[in-house]
Write a protein of this length. Structure first.
Length: 259
């Protein structure tokens, strides 16, 4: 497990060298025109002429394998290096929205395990001090996007055994979630409650978390890799998946809480 899930962007600059070769002699005379002939089947018509130089065409939006090749320095410059974040045509956001004005820095994991992330690796005060230091570093690097600290708790944990209900997942006690919520409040942080459904579903798990998700400073995380729908395998044996119906259900569930 990564200790810290952060989204960053990198800048790659490609430098091309162009070499021009001067010709001392005049260009050759045009060859006599030949009658047009039909190209053979499968042949490609060429428009190359003597003295032409090859040019590599880079399509807009095709520079490099990922958005990490782009950068805010090229914003609105008409360059293929133009950053893709934030989107240029963002709809109006509601007051109090975290994104895109802020950067969320979250410490992830579960207090019952030292191997699932930094949230459970250190004593509470030490962990929160490390979060403070990380937040300070990011605020120093980019003061234009103040950091919103967060704790990301795996509240429903995928299991290798099916358990009594056959769902291959374990729900944390409400008291555990309240405890981590209290840690978050000590740092004016938001709390993510993360769901690894195993052989359960979002439809079965989200209503159980409604008492927490109705709070404005509690957010939802869902892990598709531990959703083992359409398979009999235990979580971790195969990469799981959510489909559009799952995502739309989660969106509607949260939207109904807001309404």
């Amino acid at each position: 497990m990564n200790r810290l899930r952060i989204t960053t962007s990198a800048l790659l600059l490609a430098v091309a060298s162009h070499v021009a070769v001067a010709q001392a002699s005049p260009p050759p005379a045009k060859p006599p025109a030949k009658p047009a002939t039909k190209p053979a089947a499968g042949a490609t018509k060429s428009t190359a002429q003597p003295g032409d130089t090859a040019k590599k065409v880079v399509k807009r939006g095709m520079l490099g394998p990922s958005s990490g090749d782009r950068h805010m320095a090229y914003r609105d410059a008409g360059s293929d290096l133009d950053s893709l974040w934030p989107p240029k045509k963002m709809p109006a956001v509601l007051p109090g929205s975290l994104l895109p004005a802020k950067r969320i820095i979250a410490f992830y994991g579960n207090p019952l395990s030292k191997r699932m992330g930094i949230l459970g690796e250190f004593e509470t005060d030490d962990m929160l001090s490390k979060l403070d230091a990380e937040v300070a570093e990011w605020n120093k690097l980019d003061p234009a996007h103040p950091v919103q600290p967060a704790l990301h708790l795996i509240a429903v944990v995928a299991q290798g055994d099916k358990g009594r209900d056959g769902k291959f997942r374990l729900r944390m006690d409400s008291s555990m979630i309240e405890k981590v919520y209290g840690w978050a409040k000590r740092r004016n942080a938001v709390l993510f409650v993360d769901v690894q459904v195993g052989h359960s579903t979002l439809q079965q798990e989200l209503p159980w978390l409604e008492r927490f998700l109705i709070r404005p400073d509690v957010l939802l995380g869902i892990d598709p890799e531990f959703s083992m729908k359409n398979t009999t395998l235990a979580p971790g044996k195969k990469i799981g998946t959510f489909d559009a119906a799952d995502i739309n259900y989660a969106i509607k569930f949260l939207g109904d809480l807001v309404d």
